[in-house]
Design a protein around this ligand. Sequence first.
Ligand SMILES: [Zn+2]
Length: 334
Amino acid sequence: MHAKTIKISIRSTAAAAAMLIGSGALAADSAPDYPPLTIPFEAEQVSVDNVYYFLGHSGVPGEQNEGLTANAGFVITGEGVVIFDALGTPSLGAAMVDKIRELTELPITHVVISHYHADHVYGLQAIKELTEAEVIAQDSSHVYISSPDADQRLEQRKQVLSPWVDDHTRVVAPDVTFAEEIMLKSGDYRFRIVHAGPAHAPDDSLMMVEPAGVLFSGDIIQNDRVPYLNSAEVDTRNWMKAIEKVRELNPRILIPGHGKPSEDVTAALSFTYDYLAYVRDRMGAAVEEWVEFEDAYEQTDWSRYENLPAFDASNKANAYRVYVEMEKAALGGS
Ligand SMILES: [Zn+2]
């Protein structure tokens, strides 16, 4: 597989920065006002220099968290800023840009998207309006963007995230897409962006930041919460393979799509992996023995997971989704 490489030239970023400064007054006049956040919102730093993250709340998007349920992050490279994921409302995207501006005046050159789910991309609209950044995502993101699911999700978010998501909110498509892998260089940093899906979503992608040894994993790793598997696109078998791929990258620090960053990467990887393996094992056994789903669910010991965030919201639907997936596989389907 051939990896594309994008090299950011100092000249073009300086020009972009100059352009931004030049058009600053105009942009301020014409920039739309996004409803402000009322929750605390801060960039936090991991234990290596120049790598920051925003931590999402546990639970489903709603008024109490103002749509901040996923993580995002950024790296200041010395030549520019590379963002990973755009959060779940335009207001959050605008707030991210503000927080980055407090730390550096270097141009925000790229936004890498882990996958096109609402909690990770609605901030793009504001980032695109406020910066010159290029959006990078995997090829199959287009399938979601043009699907009825994307419209339905937007309608649902207008209901539960008003006023932060409204009739002006839209899904912004990527500027650059890739199939398997793409490499980005900026300053002394290399960003290896790898397709890891279909796992949680068809376009799941992760970003390994070297030499920092930091991995932004997207939703293939969800730390200390019951991962969300209840989507027709979820492929748990491939998901487990994707986690094995992550192990080979040998990151020192992991910033997951949801849940706290971890320096005990093995434990964080094992958590999602073991959950997938357990649900597949239990539901697979039930399918093999012709046990009905309701009975299989009742008979399964969920004690290791039942006190974790999102257990009540997700676990039963997850188990059912995997049951159907295992049934299909047993019947010789895909
Ligand atoms: Zn997510």
